[in-house]
Design a protein around this ligand. Structure first.
Ligand code: AMP
Length: 281
């Protein structure tokens, strides 16, 4: 695997690949890689000639400074995992390289950055859009891979891609979970032993909610999820919303058209975790 730190060097590499008509799949990450990330690499390898991953802990998408500071950074482990997964190129730019000057761009995402993560993490999706647009312009991938774990982020990226006319196919990949159901996340490694024992309740509650939904209306189902999570002294739900998977508007009746996704954010001590599940009603 080639490890590249400079945009200019990556561009030279990409131009060479393009001369040989190679297709490029791209997997942007913030590192502290786990099987969720590797599943994206695997999908990219299946679909493209060359797979490029990036690791960059993007400061502009952190609305909480402490969250940015304590975000895990374990580059040596990450490199090993990417080599095992046979990733072709790893791009690890510095902050100076990605933000040589202040980037004041604003994006209009309509409703989709006003709700859930957008509401509780102000500025988060603008930061995501800033970095993804820069990376897309450098890497010029044919396909880019994102996890459904960050369901709202996928919607934002699809919107951004249309808005900016990027000729890239956005591929969303299923959530990879631990054997106890916990959605894999780089932040899981920040949980202490006791917290780790309590967090499987998040996905367990989401899965149970799908059955409960057969007997309860939307409001009752939402209340049941929040109450079940908050009954655990280690967990505090920030929100639980059931939304249309395209518009991200809240559902208030099961008979509403479209696919429905239940999205949750939960605080566990200092750590904030998100998860989601599809409702088939
Ligand atoms: P991150 O490093 O957290 O920015 O994540 C990089 C990419 O990996 C994003 O597209 C995430 O949605 C995806 N990802 C993170 N966790 C998982 C997971 N458990 N399953 C599938 N994809 C994931």
């Amino acid at each position: 695997m080639k490890i590249i730190e400079k945009k200019a060097d990556l561009k030279i590499e990409i131009n060479k690949l393009r001369n040989f008509s190679k297709t490029i799949g791209f997997v942007p990450t913030m590192g502290a890689l786990h099987e969720g990330h590797i599943s994206l690499i695997t999908s990219s390898k299946n679909d493209n000639d060359i797979t490029i991953a990036s690791i960059f802990v993007n400061p502009t998408q952190f609305n909480d400074k402490k969250d940015y500071q304590r975000y895990p950074r374990i580059l040596n482990d990450d490199v090993k995992k990417l080599e095992e997964a046979k990733c072709d190129i790893l791009f690890i730019p510095t902050e100076e390289e990605m933000y040589p000057e202040e980037d004041n761009r604003q994006f209009d995402f309509g409703n989709i950055d006003k709700v859930m993560e957008g509401k509780f993490r102000p500025g988060h999706f603008r930061g995501v859009a800033l970095i993804v647009s820069k990376l897309f312009e450098i890497v010029t991938p044919d396909r880019a891979y994102f996890g459904e774990k960050d369901f709202q982020q996928v919607a934002i990226i699809k919107h951004l891609t249309k808005l900016m006319c990027y000729p890239v196919e956005i591929v969303s990949c299923p959530i990879i979970r631990e054997s106890d159901g916990l959605a894999m996340s780089s932040r899981n490694m920040l949980l202490n032993k006791e917290e780790r024992e309590h967090v499987p309740l998040i996905s367990k509650t989401l899965f149970k909610a799908r059955n409960i939904a057969q007997k309860m209306n939307v409001e009752e189902t939402k209340n049941w999820v929040i109450q079940t999570i908050n009954a655990d002294p280690f967990l505090k739900a920030e929100y639980f919303e059931i939304v249309n998977d395209t518009s991200l508007e809240s559902i208030n009746n099961w008979s509403q058209k479209g696919e429905k996704v239940g999205c949750i954010a939960v605080h566990v001590g200092n750590i904030r975790l998100i998860d989601n599940v599809r409702f088939y009603l």
